[in-house]
Design a protein around this ligand. Structure first.
Ligand code: 13P
Ligand code: SF4
Length: 308
């Protein structure tokens, strides 16, 4: 079978099983092509809430499918590859956060959406990289604990200097692997290019960029800019998507290291096999109790209320 045949079969199975396929922008092109919804974490959370289908098949990492289940509990939600997890989502201990909350009750806990449901349950509001600055600004609280990504948290600190924002040591191993030397080298190779980075990169790298923003922020900036060349400081698939969507512009990866192995675990065959397995129990379903859903839902609802 060719990829095209598999894609055609996927389109048929989506209809037959009444399944919407939600795809994070870090997925490969062949998966993006069969998606009902494509986007960054924030957009996909809103899409999951509004989707009109019995089932959701998520192509991304575990916390994203879990967030979709929390927002659409009446739907069955599946993750295309059950091994795809985000290492950052597991970095903080819910008990430690509970202790900090008890010792500083006036400090609101803001959780990056890249967290487990268990951790979300002890947080006050969730944010994504595209909504973090806006939401922290809009919150009534002046004292914030931002978890788990201290690089995104530092970016928020810089953009919301009027608030007291405390950080803990955590972050994305993929984006934080990029060094200032990597950036200097990329600029030396492409001196005319603008540098666009994700705020999960270390502060010294973000400070040297022409623009720092979420995955969709980076894509929109590149599409709308009059500049013709860009160095892209986020997951390498974004370079490929931009090349495809803007064939008249040039895109270069900031570093070949920015490859998220977890995001890349999902293949087009996983999508096909998952759709085939929905009816016979072979697809990987996100199962959560009502108690777990209710405990973690408040901070995601708050994210959509403040970020919308
Ligand atoms: P976005 O919020 O930009 O989708 O980022 C998700 C992610 O996992 C970044 O590493
Ligand atoms: Fe997690 Fe980083 Fe991969 Fe995003 S790129 S899913 S934050 S490890």
């Amino acid at each position: 079978m060719t990829i095209r045949n598999i894609q055609d079969e996927i389109l048929r199975l989506k209809k037959a099983t009444n399944t919407a396929v939600l795809v994070h922008s870090y997925q490969n092109r062949d998966i993006v092509e069969i998606a009902d919804f494509v986007g960054d974490s924030y957009k996909l959370s809103v899409d999951a809430k509004n989707v009109n289908a019995d089932n959701i098949l998520f192509c991304g990492v575990h916390f994203m499918a879990e967030t979709a289940k929390i927002l659409a509990p009446q739907k069955r939600v599946f993750l295309a590859n059950h091994l795809a997890g985000c290492p950052m989502a597991e970095q903080m201990d819910a008990e430690l956060i509970r202790q900090i909350k008890n010792s500083e009750p006036d400090r609101a806990v803001v959780a990056y959406v890249n967290t487990t449901a268990k951790l979300k349950a002890v947080c006050d509001v969730c944010v994504t990289s595209s909504s973090a600055v806006k939401i922290v600004k809009a919150m009534e609280n002046d004292k914030i604990l931002f978890i788990p990504d201290c690089n995104l948290g530092g970016f928020v600190q810089k953009n919301v200097p009027e608030k007291d924002i405390k950080l803990l040591q955590g972050g994305c191993p993929v984006h934080s692997s990029v060094t200032v030397d990597d950036l200097k080298y990329a600029k030396k190779l492409h001196p005319e290019a603008l540098v666009l980075v994700h705020p999960e990169c270390i502060p010294d790298v973000t400070a040297m960029a022409d623009y720092a923003g979420s995955t969709s922020g980076i894509m929109d900036f590149a599409k709308n800019s009059d500049c013709r060349e860009f160095i892209i400081g986020t997951e390498i698939s974004i370079v490929e998507h931009l090349m495809f969507e803007c064939p008249d512009k040039k895109f270069y990866p900031l570093s070949q290291k920015i490859v998220c192995r977890d995001m890349k675990l999902t293949s087009i065959m996983d999508v096909y096999n998952s759709l085939n397995g929905i009816e016979n129990g072979e697809a990987f379903e996100i199962i959560m109790s009502d108690e777990e859903i209710n405990a973690s839902k408040k901070c995601i609802d708050e994210m959509i209320r403040l970020g919308g």
